[in-house]
Design a protein around this ligand. Structure first.
Ligand code: AVJ
Length: 331
């Protein structure tokens, strides 16, 4: 067998570098001049935000990462055994790919080579985590796609031949409105051949107390994560936000089945954002909506699948029934 270096097993595809700072500026302006005020959770993840999110994943209250990991550990070999040894693993929103290792190892233990195609918006994260994985696993080949989900999906046909398992873990689906989630999964389904499968980690509806603690932890890490978007506006758009004058709030909207995160202005204030040529007024107690995190019932998971042209083939839960890992096949 020939020994190849990690770099020889690495390809990075970076579709047209769009001007993301323009988009950020436009969205911040629209969000802070609208009523009620809002900011998109897409902008949480600069370098600092990505690190804070990793810290969230380690929190005792944030059960999502831990329970999903438990499920994958327990069932990884069963999952891998459903696939032929030439299956490519595709991952949407890979982040640091920590939980993916469990699946990579399960697939690698059955074949002498494996192709992994992570898709992530964070270029640096993608490169760093890919090289770490390549150093660790000599039989792994990585074709990394730096971009949004839709960029990744567009590239898939060119990059992957043969059967594939697409991973969308961590309840990332939770940031989408339900109808939007179905539309997105329909687009994923469009890229699937009959034997391809999609594995989705989905957080479940549960008691308010557990949910609200998971999004408002005792160490204040989630608060920092939320406030970081203001720090980012200060840094990148010449904003003058006083981070002490906003507080983090997370509430479970049980009817809709989602956690809503807000930044609440603790006093009446005006904040200038130089590069937008804008001064934003906040009333005391006024909230800026920054994130939704949707939770699903079993019926809602079935409905999501049906709306996307998928069928739920198998579902695994953790011992406490907090989280689900769902294997979908095209209808
Ligand atoms: C990355 C969208 C899955 O909704 O649980 C964690 C983001 N926000 N704590 C989630 C998040 C606050 C997370 N997702």
């Amino acid at each position: 067998m020939t020994i190849s270096t990690p770099l020889e097993r690495f390809t990075l595809i970076a579709p047209e570098a769009e001007n993301h700072s323009d988009e950020f500026a436009r969205e911040v302006e629209a969000g802070l001049t609208g009523l009620p005020k809002s900011l998109s959770c897409r902008y949480f993840y600069d370098r600092e935000g990505s690190l804070l999110f990793e810290a969230i994943c380690e929190l005792p209250e944030y059960y999502l990462t831990r329970t999903e990991g438990e499920i994958l550990l327990e069932h990884a070999s069963e999952i891998a055994s459903r696939f032929s040894t030439d299956t490519t693993l595709v991952e949407l929103g890979s982040g640091s790919a920590a939980k993916t290792r469990i699946l990579l190892e399960a697939f690698l233990s059955r074949s002498d080579e494996l192709r992994y195609v992570p898709v992530d918006i964070s270029h640096t994260m993608l490169e760093e985590s890919s090289l770490t994985l390549l150093e660790e696993y000599a039989h792994l080949e990585i074709v990394a796609i730096a971009g949004e989900y839709h960029d990744g999906l567009r590239q898939l046909r060119a990059v992957v031949e043969g059967p594939k398992l697409i991973l969308w873990l961590g309840s990332n689906v939770g940031n989408f409105e339900r109808a939007e989630a179905a539309r997105f999964l329909r687009r994923v389904q469009d890229t699937m051949s009959p034997s391809d499968r999609l594995l989705v980690g989905i957080d479940l509806r549960k008691d308010r107390a557990i949910l609200e603690k998971a999004y408002d932890d005792s160490q204040g890490i989630t608060a920092q994560f939320n406030l970081n978007i203001l720090a980012r506006i200060n840094c990148e758009l010449g904003g003058h936000f006083d981070l002490e004058a906003f507080r983090h709030r997370a509430v479970y909207n049980e009817e809709i089945g989602r956690i809503e995160m807000y930044l609440v202005s603790t006093r009446a204030q005006r904040v200038a954002i130089d590069q937008l040529d804008l001064e934003v007024q906040f009333a005391a107690g006024e909230a800026v909506h920054t994130e939704n995190s949707y939770k699903y019932s079993f019926v809602e998971i079935e409905a999501l699948a049906a709306a996307a042209g998928l069928r739920l083939q198998r579902q695994w839960l953790d011992a406490g029934c907090r989280f689900s890992v769902n294997l979908f096949a095209p209808v």
